[in-house]
Every structure is written in structure tokens, then in C-alpha cells.
Design a protein around this ligand. Structure first.
Ligand code: SF4
Ligand code: SF4
Length: 579
């Protein structure tokens, strides 16, 4: 890309556009009557009241090309109908800002368009023509590269994947008090082949543990695959159908190889949509097995009494956030509500909901686009207001991406709410005869392991140190880069919890130092952070997670800290380090 001139780049984008026309896109390009009925559907517009954020205005920038090259009115009266070419680099950047940075492809506007214009499809077309020329946010390029090269969006190696499953087996056996309880791997001829979002392996193992408990309680015949296990698909967000087909094929091939009767995708909105509805087309596959989402499977277990739930085990007020790709685009709206009403003591609907729900603001790959974090959080005021009105303790969703998007906005708008997945609450409400020990965390043996807590807030240092001491670890602490280096010279810790938002040389400087220094680079690091990318001089931890300058941290926990999740992350990192 660097070797060609700007106009050549624009020319390539335009040529690419000409090749992307198909019936569906032509229809959506052709029928907008600019009635404006979609305007107030979009959280970008509602939050900013900026007319440039109106769906039709944004789509018009892509539509201008259609008018220029495919519509006769554009040839006769270009100015009148808004026909316009793409000429230079600045215009390409402007287009990137619109199609990647100003739309989460949530399709709420599509549902409110009387003409059925699918603006998310138009935005995806815009993304596709730019991405094909290497023009996209760095995070999107990096994640797509990871999916091509490693088969999963977090670049998790085969060894790390297998060791995490092995470690989770130990957790599962301890919680269920059953040495035979396992997450089956590569088992032939099972009823279900279960594919997951890599976040479940890397940063949220509790979600896979929850699924394993539910399958166990149901006596399900299920397996995971050692290859082709990622159900996410950046082909959907980048516009790259070839990547879409590649990721779909990896998962579909697993089901065929393992002779599974059905494919079940984990709680992941776009993963379900891409795998169930888009990838078979991108890959040109006529699948011989059905594809379900885990919500549908859990629903069938509970509604047929195959598993038993006790809602008093979750004495919380919860609300449900419909992920756009599951609710609006996937039609799965009642199953999660049914499950939550059986699993928790109090359920509060948020409004609007179901197909009319607002995006978590992290959709369309937005969480990987750190350059737009500020705008994303600004527009999140719409979602924050929705959440506030529920006064719920927990917002439950069915998508890992939504968990991240909601957690970010909850932190930004200082809401007192936790985020959980449906399966986690269902697992916590499970009643499994006498041998089930409930959702308690495995007691930790007294250990010689030392954790270095790096954080500048004394209250947090005290809280974390006490938590670790109470759970059998030794601790040391440091409040700055300099103190951390001194501490490392005196005593080598087994694990480090790291706050990124430190005065002076911040947490990323420390992380860089650790991962580029031979003697420290293998110490697992868990980010325990509450930084706000919106504040001047602050860092964006998500930029760090998605843009691979250094290896990803071994763990990532948002403040305010959930003790159980942090302990699980710590235990996972230490156990895997010992293997
Ligand atoms: S509602 Fe449909 S027809 Fe009306 S402006 Fe929006 S996209 Fe165009
Ligand atoms: S798809 Fe969603 S984010 Fe994009 S323009 Fe429509 S309402 Fe806005």
C-alpha cells in the first residue's frame, strides 16, 4: 500500500467497489428515499445530535459511489443525486472514519426503515473496499491477521488452548467433586460440538466452566475440538468474505471430522450470526448438521426439566441486554429471558428491548478499534441511561463482546452494576444432586507463590494484598515504575497484578520493561485496571489487548474487581505456568 500513490489507492478502492455489487446491496443502495425515519434509531446520532451521525447521511458516503457508477441519474445529474467519486487519501480516511468509526453495524436503523434499507450491509461494503486495500483500524487488521494465522482472534497457541482446558478440568472436578468430570476434547460421534469465543479461553474461563457444568448436569454428549474451535469471525466486521469463509470452514470441518450431530456456538452474538447465517454462504457449504446457540440448548434443558435450577441461589436483581446479532439479527430473544426468570430471584426488563434494543456500543468490532474509544464511550450514554433506569445489580447478556462493551461503559459512567453471561447465572443456579458443591471457588492450598501488586492506590493495594493473603499467597507491592523495578530486583514474584494507570511512567512502561527483559518476561501479568481512555494522558488497555505490539497479558480484570474472577485468573496463570 505504501508504494503506490494516493490516487492509485483511491482508484483501487473504487475498482473494488465495482466488484462488490450484488442484488442485496444494489437494493439497499437504490431505495433510500431520505425520509429520515431511521435517524433516531442510531445511538451515535442520539448521543451527539450531530446530523453527520444520522444513518442515512453515513450510508450516503458509500452510496455516493453507487450513484456515480451504477445509477443513470448519477451520470446525468451527479450533484443533484449526490453522486461522488473517491479521489484521495483524505477521502479514504474520512470514509474509514464513517464505516468503521461511526457505525457498529447494529442494524437498529435497518429495522426502522420502511424501505428495508440495510445500512449495516452498506457499511460493511464500505469496510470491505477499504480493508481490501489494507485501510482499516489497526486492531481490525491485527485481529484478522491472528485469525488467518492461528485460527483464532486472540492468537492463542495450541499449547495454551490445551493447557487451559486441562486446567479447567481440574477446576471442574473440584467444583463437582467428580474426578470423571471433564471438558471432552476431540471425542468422536458426540451430539454436540461446542465452539467458543477465544475470550472464554484467554480472559473469561469462568464462562467455559459454566457451560461445562451445564452440559455435565444435563448428561450431555458433547465435545470441543483441538482445532477450529473459535466461533468468532472478523470476516463479518472487516468485510472480508474470504476470512469469513476461512473461519467458518475451520469450525465446520471440526464438526465433520468429529462426526458431531450438531454445532453449538457459545454466548457470542456475532459468532452465532457469522457461523449460523453468514459463513455457510461465504464458504459455499451445504452443511449436513444444524447450528444452534448455547442459549437454545440451555433453554431446551430447563424447559424439559433435564436440568434443575434454584433461583434463590442468585438473589439479585438482573436485567438483560439483547446482543444485536442474537436479538435483532438472530431472533433469539425469549430463550435468555426464560432462562433468567428461572435462574435469578428478580428480573427487570430494560426498555427498549429485544429487536429494538440499543447496541452495547462495542459491536461491529468496535472494541478492537482503540482510535474510536472516545467516540464509542460518548455514544454509550444512550445505553448507560437504559441501564440506569433498571436499577439492576447485574446486567446479563449473551455475548462476550457485549460484556466488554458494557463493562467499559459501566466504568465510564460510574454505574454500580456487574456484567455476566446468561450461562454463568444458569450454572450458579444449578442443582445437581448431592455431589454438586455449588459455584464456590476451589479452596486454595497454602502456597509459596508470591504476587507482586503494582498499583498506586493504597486502598486497592490493601484490598488485593489482603485478598491474596487470605487465599494462601505471599504478597509484595509497589506503587510506581521505580518501586516495581526495585521490588523485582529484591524478590522475583511468581505473578504480577498491574494497574496501567500509574503516575509517571505508567503501567504500560512497566509491562514493556517486563516483557522485554529476559529474566522477567515469563512472569505472568494480570492487568487489574480501571483506566479511562477518555481522560487526557490516560491509556487504552484495549488498544493494548488488540494491537499486538507485545504479547498479550495473561489476564485482564476490570476494576471494581470481582474477587472470584480475579482469583480464578490468578490460579489459572499460576497453574499454567507450572505445567
Ligand atoms: S428510513 Fe430508510 S428510506 Fe428513510 S432515510 Fe433511513 S434508510 Fe433512507
Ligand atoms: S447500523 Fe446501528 S450504528 Fe450503524 S447507522 Fe444503523 S443504527 Fe447507527
Amino acid at each position: 500500500m505504501e508504494n503506490i500513490t494516493k490516487s492509485e489507492k483511491a482508484q483501487s478502492v473504487v475498482s473494488s467497489f465495482k466488484n462488490k455489487m450484488m442484488r442485496q446491496t444494489i437494493l439497499s443502495f437504490g431505495v433510500c428515499v431520505h425520509c429520515g425515519m431511521c435517524t433516531e434509531s442510531c445511538h451515535y446520532y442520539l448521543a451527539t445530535e450531530d446530523p453527520h451521525m444520522a444513518p442515512a447521511y453515513k450510508a450516503d458516503r458509500v452510496r455516493a459511489l453507487y450513484k456515480k457508477y451504477f445509477d443513470w441519474t448519477g451520470r446525468l445529474l451527479p450533484k443533484w443525486v449526490g453522486a461522488k467519486d473517491l479521489e484521495n487519501d483524505d477521502e479514504l480516511k474520512e470514509l474509514m472514519d464513517i464505516v468503521f468509526g461511526s457505525c457498529t453495524m447494529c442494524r437498529r436503523c435497518t429495522f426502522n426503515c420502511p424501505m428495508g434499507v440495510d445500512k449495516a450491509l452498506l457499511m460493511r461494503t464500505g469496510r470491505a473496499i477499504l480493508y481490501e486495500q489494507g485501510i482499516a483500524p489497526q486492531g481490525v487488521l491485527d485481529v484478522a491477521k491472528d485469525q488467518w494465522e492461528t485460527g483464532n482472534q486472540m492468537g492463542i497457541s495450541d499449547v495454551d488452548y490445551l493447557e487451559t482446558i486441562e486446567w479447567l478440568n481440574e477446576e471442574l472436578q473440584a467444583e463437582l467433586d467428580d474426578p470423571d468430570a471433564v471438558i471432552p476434547l476431540d471425542k468422536i460421534g458426540c451430539n454436540i460440538v461446542y465452539a467458543v469465543n477465544p475470550r472464554a479461553i484467554k480472559y473469561a474461563p469462568q464462562s467455559l466452566l459454566a457451560a461445562a457444568k451445564i452440559f455435565y448436569a444435563a448428561g450431555e454428549s458433547w465435545t470441543m475440538s483441538s482445532k477450529g474451535w473459535d466461533n468468532t469471525n472478523f470476516g463479518l466486521f472487516s468485510g472480508d468474505n474470504k476470512l469469513g469463509a476461512h473461519m467458518g470452514n475451520l469450525v465446520f470441518d471440526s464438526v465433520v471430522r468429529l462426526e458431531g450431530k450438531m454445532l453449538v456456538t457459545s454466548e457470542c452474538g456475532h459468532g452465532y450470526r457469522a457461523t449460523a447465517w453468514e459463513s455457510p454462504n461465504w464458504a459455499g457449504r451445504d452443511l449436513k448438521f444444524p447450528i444452534y446457540n448455547f442459549l437454545e440448548i440451555m433453554h431446551s434443558y430447563v424447559s424439559t426439566d433435564r436440568i434443575k435450577l434454584d433461583k434463590s441461589l442468585n438473589p439479585y436483581k438482573v436485567t438483560y441486554h439483547d446482543p444485536c446479532n442474537l436479538g435483532r439479527s438472530g431472533g433469539i430473544t425469549e430463550e435468555p429471558r426464560y432462562l433468567l426468570k428461572q435462574s435469578v430471584s428478580s428480573f427487570q426488563e430494560m426498555y427498549p428491548n429485544r429487536a429494538d434494543n440499543f447496541c452495547c456500543t462495542g459491536g461491529g468490532g468496535a472494541m478492537s478499534m482503540s482510535e474510536y474509544s472516545k467516540r464509542r464511550l460518548e455514544t454509550a450514554v444512550v445505553k448507560a441511561n437504559q441501564l440506569k433506569e433498571t436499577s439492576a445489580d447485574i446486567v446479563v447478556t449473551a455475548c462476550h463482546n457485549c460484556v466488554d462493551g458494557l463493562a467499559d461503559l459501566i466504568k465510564h459512567y460510574k454505574l454500580k452494576m456487574k456484567v455476566k453471561l446468561v450461562g454463568e447465572l444458569v450454572a450458579d443456579a444449578l442443582v445437581i444432586d448431592k455431589m454438586y458443591k455449588g459455584p464456590s471457588i476451589k479452596p486454595l492450598p497454602i502456597t509459596e507463590k508470591t504476587i507482586l501488586v503494582i498499583d498506586d492506590e493504597p486502598d486497592v493495594v490493601t484490598f488485593l494484598s489482603t485478598l491474596f493473603l487470605d487465599n494462601g499467597y505471599k504478597t509484595q507491592s509497589a506503587t510506581s515504575y521505580e518501586r516495581a523495578v526495585e521490588s523485582l530486583e529484591v524478590n522475583m514474584p511468581d505473578l504480577i497484578t498491574l494497574d496501567l494507570s500509574l503516575p509517571g511512567r505508567n503501567g504500560l512502561h512497566i509491562y514493556h520493561f517486563l516483557k522485554t527483559t529476559e529474566e522477567y518476561k515469563n512472569i505472568p501479568v494480570v492487568f487489574v485496571t480501571g483506566i479511562n481512555p477518555d481522560m487526557p494522558g490516560q491509556l487504552d488497555s484495549r488498544k493494548f489487548i488488540y494491537e499486538n505490539k507485545l504479547p498479550k497479558p495473561e489476564g485482564y480484570i476490570e476494576k471494581p474487581v470481582d474477587k472470584d474472577l480475579l482469583l480464578m485468573a490468578i490460579r489459572k496463570c499460576l497453574d499454567l505456568k507450572d505445567k
